[in-house]
Write a protein that binds this ligand. Structure first.
Ligand code: GLN
Length: 446
């Protein structure tokens, strides 16, 4: 395939279906992309000439980075995130920046200021979120690989809803330098791909210590596809998460587990435990960190400025009132409330304590099992508009994913099958730093 044909093929697909899918917020010009691909092919990177789609909360030098918010509609970063620098060093070429929930707050890509992304498998449905643009860009055939970010499921949920692979890496393995912060203690940038090999390759390129992010650890995974047979692997089936799921989902996951068993895995039913506590704990911590992180967008130092005249209170209120969407405001208000004097101990400190309990109980499970299996989400992809006006219903979709973020352990979603033509994803959760092992098993089970 010539560089011309390769780039043309991608843009042809985009011309045909992007109008309906709307995976991108910013798409680069074909000519620019082609020039970059040709230049990159002169080098010998692991991704020389390969197109990649990037979630729009990751800083890209010279390319608009909006976080799907009116607040940053015109923001063009003067620097690359560390992950972008590493991708470019290996020759990857950015095709465009993908749609997402505003500031990554949501599970369906519907809170975007730019409107929702649609699921290529069924255009009446959401691709999941918040990295729904990246997932749809892969599922629609625009690219083979993409980056997302996962604070409480934002890589895995859209991976599950679009039948692709997505990894939420172990906390500290991937630099967050250049990722617009939502909830620092929970989130990681991670790879998304059509197959397990590409997932592992992409992870090996973006992972590794970084002086610019003090939470990265001194760990560099070795690259390359590794195929790990599941024979003898101890699998814990999380029945409490299965029971919390729709029949369509749980029956597909059970089928996947049966396949693991027929390949020699030693599967046993167990429970995650504390299932009623994971969502309140996650949302209290996420909203607290969000309210603090988003304080910087006042339209003076950063972001949308409505050019109103008045005192500082009037200026800030107008800029923030007009620049942020409903869900973001909801979280700033709740987060500020939780962190305020008198409620801090009651909610925030309590949530940190329960987080510790959740971590401990996950750690204990990994003394018995190598992998914990569950549905990635408890439901099939909802229709556009179905959950967006019901925040509690939307938050409930994260019951299977947030635990890995609270505990800092790796978790991936891979295709488990289809139900009535709709993708169902299975989540494999592993012990801290077992990312490569998880991906090896995913490659084997593919
Ligand atoms: N749905 C979750 C939230 O809204 C997770 C989002 C994410 O991982 N960025 O917080």
């Amino acid at each position: 395939l010539s560089p011309e044909d390769y780039v043309r093929r991608s843009f042809e697909r985009i011309e045909r279906v992007e109008g309906r899918v709307r995976a991108f917020i910013t798409l680069r010009k074909e000519e620019e992309v082609l020039n970059d691909v040709k230049a990159s092919l002169r080098g010998k990177g692991k991704l020389s000439g390969v197109l990649i789609a990037i979630k729009d909360n990751i800083s890209t030098n010279g390319i608009r980075t909006t976080c799907a918010s009116k607040m940053l509609e015109d923001y063009v970063p003067p620097y690359d995130a560390t992950v972008i620098r590493r991708l470019k060093e290996e020759g990857a070429v950015i095709l465009g920046k993908t749609n997402m929930d505003e500031f990554a707050m949501g599970s369906t890509t519907e809170t975007s200021y730019f409107g929702p992304t649609r699921n290529p498998w069924d255009l009446t449905r959401t691709p999941g979120g918040s990295s729904g643009g990246s997932a749809s860009a892969i599922a629609a055939g625009f690219v083979e690989i993409a980056l997302g970010s996962d604070t409480g499921g934002s890589i895995r949920t859209p991976a599950s809803f679009t039948s692709i692979f997505g990894l939420k890496p172990s906390y500290g393995t991937v630099s967050r330098y250049g990722l617009v912060a939502y909830a620092n203690s929970l989130e990681q940038i991670g790879p998304m791909a059509r197959n397990g090999e590409d997932l592992a390759l992409l992870f090996s390129i973006i992972a590794g210590p970084d002086d610019r992010d003090a939470t990265t650890i001194d760990y560099a995974p070795q690259g390359g596809a590794i195929n790990i047979p599941v024979k003898g692997v101890r699998v814990g089936i999380l029945t409490d998460l299965l029971e919390a799921s729709d029949k369509a989902v749980s029956s597909t996951i059970t089928g996947f587990v049966d396949k693991m068993v027929s390949e020699g895995a030693i599967a046993e039913e167990t429970k995650l435990g504390l299932v009623d506590y994971v969502l309140p704990t996650y949302y209290i911590i996420a909203m607290s960190e969000a309210s603090s992180n988003l304080a910087r967008y006042d339209g003076v130092r950063y972001g949308y400025n409505s050019l109103v005249e008045g005192n500082w209170r009037e200026v800030y209120s107008k800029n923030r009132g007009e620049g942020f969407g409903r869900e973001v405001k909801r979280r700033i208000l709740l987060g500020s409330f939780i962190l305020s004097a008198g409620y801090y101990e009651q909610f925030y400190i309590k949530a940190l304590k329960v987080r510790r309990l959740i971590r401990n109980s996950v750690e204990k499970l990994f003394s018995k099992y190598d992998i914990l299996v569950s549905p990635t989400t408890p439901v099939l992809p909802p229709r556009i508009g179905e959950v967006i006006d019901d925040p509690i219903k939307m938050y409930a979709m994260d019951v299977g994913t947030v635990t890995a973020n609270l505990a800092g352990v790796p978790a991936l979603s891979m295709p488990a099958g289809f139900y009535n033509g709709l993708p169902v994803g299975v989540q494999l959760m592993g012990r801290y730093l077992s990312d490569n092992f998880l991906m090896g098993v995913a490659i084997f089970m593919e």
